[in-house]
Design a protein around this ligand. Structure first.
Ligand SMILES: *[C@@H]1O[C@H](CO)[C@@H](O)[C@H](O)[C@H]1NC(C)=O
Ligand SMILES: *[C@@H]1O[C@H](CO)[C@@H](O)[C@H](O)[C@H]1NC(C)=O
Ligand SMILES: *[C@@H]1O[C@H](CO)[C@@H](O)[C@H](O)[C@H]1NC(C)=O
Ligand SMILES: *[C@@H]1O[C@H](CO)[C@@H](O)[C@H](O)[C@H]1NC(C)=O
Length: 261
């Protein structure tokens, strides 16, 4: 037991060292191919498009679920999608909005891969009517107006800077002394509600409660677009906060929060 524990501790240490050094562990093209497959699978309602799923961890709303009864079995016409590709951690995050069908959804999916590109874990937050500020029409409207383009290499923030911005934002929910690098402008798309109106005056330092611990943070970082997605236990509620950071400052925040049963 002792031996096993220290092996696990060593593996965790090695992973965090790799992650801190920022060296790519997997090929971007492999991760991009995988997120394209996810979009194709969701569009067709065919989980098998992802390849063989035996032995792959499958979660919805942070709970182990049966993929053959899950959201991937429902064909959805997607009106918006965007993916983050983290070549250091071999992970991805995909935001998918289906707004115009008879049953609108907003879905956020994190996936994990081996360095060779084999899928090991697919975890989705699936929101629809009744979830926090759910309004897929609003999500689509605002998300498609924002600019999350590739940042020229010499202007990119480091992975550490991007993660620190997300962490400061998450910390302030429970610690008003946290120094958040608010951008100006900055806008938050919370469910389908926008804190701004697309103008230079937009702010996102509004409507933040106190006394809520945002814990168990699982990050997917894509420095090419200055983005990080964080799966969070929002107190006890399954939640995703996705950030776009520009020159060290928060420009956009997207939240997906599961309330429904
Ligand atoms: C996903 O997003 C990309 C980039 O915006 C777009 O080109 C593609 O058509 C979208 N796919 C679907 C199925 O909507
Ligand atoms: C799968 O990934 C999710 C989110 O990235 C994480 O919360 C979960 O613990 C992972 N599950 C397993 C079995 O690795
Ligand atoms: C949803 O968002 C759209 C676009 O912003 C808006 O026109 C509509 O009033 C919103 N619906 C609700 C119920 O808030
Ligand atoms: C956007 O909101 C600001 C207030 O924050 C207001 O001054 C401005 O007129 C609004 N612009 C538009 C285009 O609605």
């Amino acid at each position: 037991m002792q031996g096993l524990l220290s092996l696990a501790a060593l593996a965790a240490l090695a992973a965090s060292l790799f992650s801190a050094s920022g060296a790519a562990q997997c090929a971007r093209e492999t991760l991009v191919a995988a997120t394209n497959k996810l979009i194709a699978a969701q569009t067709a309602g065919t989980p098998d498009t992802m390849g063989a799923l035996e032995g792959v961890a499958y979660l919805e709303q942070f709970k182990t679920a049966d993929v053959t009864k899950g959201i991937l079995k429902t064909p959805l016409t997607l009106d918006f999608n965007r993916s983050l590709h983290d070549t250091v951690q071999c992970t991805t995050y995909t935001e998918m909005v289906s707004a115009k069908g008879s049953h609108p959804y907003v879905i956020g999916t994190q996936m994990h891969f081996t360095p060779e590109g084999k899928l090991t874990n697919l975890s989705s937050l699936v929101t629809d009517q009744g979830d926090w500020l759910f309004n897929a029409t609003g999500t689509l409207y605002w998300a498609s107006r924002e600019k999350w383009d590739v940042i020229p290499e010499d202007q990119r923030d480091s992975r550490a800077t991007i993660q620190a911005a997300a962490d400061a934002y998450a910390d302030i929910f429970n610690d008003k002394s946290a120094k958040v690098p608010w951008g100006s402008p900055c806008a938050r798309l919370e469910g389908g509600a926008y804190t701004g109106n697309g103008s230079a005056n937009d702010r996102c330092d509004v409507g933040i409660p106190d006394g809520v611990a945002l814990v168990n943070r699982r990050y997917v970082i894509d420095e090419t677009i200055g983005a990080v997605d964080v799966f969070i236990d929002f107190a006890t509620v399954p939640d995703s906060h996705e950030f776009r950071v520009e020159k060290g400052k928060i420009r956009y925040v997207h939240t997906i929060t599961v309330m429904g049963g």
